[in-house]
Design a protein around this ligand. Structure first.
Ligand SMILES: Cc1ncc(COP(=O)(O)O)c(C=O)c1O
Length: 393
């Protein structure tokens, strides 16, 4: 069903203030998200933080239900976290690695994830198998399958990278992981809210995401999905009195389900607002949102490619809302600065944030212009005109 873009924009106060092509940084929050968060903060100030949580427990619980509905999972398979990195870390640092154990990843790997792999390599002597791309630029699934050995302990795939439009074939990788019985951790930080992350279709054991990007929740929120059958593959790297029960002087019992990966203390207003963000997406219809994002991004790519000296760098058979480009003679930092001055939000895509890919392709620092369903063709026009002006000088 086609979206009512005027209504979407009316729901999004930021649309009146900025031309926001930075949803891969943080999406603009819609009014229900803001209301949920502000409402809870007011409640905390009036009756006390613990009491406010108690009073809003249904809304709090609904965040688990909403995320589970989006993923096709159970609420008990969801842990609420402070961001995507810590969600991912719970799984990665929760694996018990031995020297020689192997981890498979791909060129799109995000810096923080790869840093964790390097640290575990130093600590435990693991080997990292980096799988190259196929001719379209997505992960080469044949090479990935061929790299699996009896020492492979985990496949870590970034669904959509920080630095481009690529959508990796997560479900195809899932089929391979299942076939070879290798645990599969999907970084869905950029894909949650912009493409399908149904965990049954994808076949992953674990999935991490942030709240603030395409889901349009508040900053400082995120979540981890852990398949019930895969819970015992990992030991939570940290325990507190929420994650485990201290049942005897020398004994403890892990919490049931994904709660064992959570902290007791957290940003309750943000977690409730994250639930509101996911409900908002579910009401719009995730499919319609994905289609609209892809439509605007395709237009943006086409129009940018027509500007003399501009190269659009996005890879992949299927592409999402992140559009990265550079100009032959105008530095990306200057382009971003000039866009900022015109009230246009973008971000830089710095090579070291996705070093494997950047080195492989010799990428410069690029402009990352990431669109959402609330962006319009008119905004694409305004953006392209501004880039032309800036790079024409
Ligand atoms: C692909 C990818 N994974 C993980 C992250 C980390 O997310 P967070 O900042 O919520 O920890 C990012 C952030 O930009 C990202 O782009």
């Amino acid at each position: 069903m086609a979206l009512d873009i005027d209504q979407l924009r009316a729901d999004t106060p930021g649309c009146d203030h900025v031309l926001h092509f930075n949803s891969a940084g943080a999406g603009l929050m819609p009014i229900p998200v803001l209301d949920a968060m502000q409402g809870h903060l007011v409640r905390e100030s009036l009756i006390g933080g613990y009491e406010a949580h108690h009073a809003a427990d249904d809304d709090y619980r609904d965040t688990y239900a909403a995320i589970a509905e989006l993923l096709g999972a159970k609420p008990t398979e969801i842990a609420l976290m402070e961001n995507a990195t810590r969600a991912w870390d719970q799984v990665f640092y929760g694996m018990s690695f031995n020297p020689g154990d192997r981890v498979i990843t791909a060129h799109a790997s995000y810096a923080s994830n790869y840093l964790a792999m390097l640290q575990q390599q130093k600590r435990h002597g693991i080997e990292i198998d980096v799988i190259g791309n196929d001719e379209s630029g997505q992960v080469d699934t044949e090479a990935l399958e061929a790299a699996i050995t009896e020492l492979t302990r985990l496949i870590c795939l970034t669904h959509i990278p920080t630095n481009g439009g690529l959508i990796n074939p997560a479900a195809e990788v899932g089929r391979i992981a299942r076939k070879h019985n290798v645990p599969y951790l999907l970084d869905a930080c950029q894909s949650a809210g912009q493409t399908d992350i149904n965990v049954e279709r994808i076949g992953c054991d674990f999935l991490s995401s942030t709240g603030r990007k395409y889901l349009r929740g508040p900053r400082g929120t995120g979540f981890l999905y852990v398949r019930t059958e895969s819970l015992d593959l990992i030991e939570p790297p940290f325990l507190d009195l929420h994650a485990a029960d201290w049942i005897g002087r020398n004994d403890y019992k892990l919490a049931d389900g994904a709660a064992r990966f959570e902290n007791w203390e957290g940003f309750v207003a943000g977690k409730i607002a994250l639930g509101a963000a996911v409900r908002y997406l579910l009401e719009l219809g995730p499919e319609s949102v994905y289609e609209q994002i892809a439509r605007v991004a395709t237009l943006l790519r086409t129009r940018l490619s027509e500007i003399p000296g501009v190269t659009v760098h996005d890879l992949g058979r299927e592409k999402g809302g992140i559009v990265t480009f550079s100009h032959v003679s105008t530095d990306a930092t200057r382009i971003k600065h000039e866009l900022d001055r015109r009230g246009i939000n973008t971000n830089l895509a710095v090579p070291k944030w996705a070093r494997l890919d950047a080195e492989d392709r010799g990428l410069p620092t690029m402009i990352r212009s990431s669109v959402h369903a609330y962006n319009t063709e008119g905004e694409v026009d305004r953006f392209v005109t501004a880039v032309r002006e800036i790079t024409d000088r």
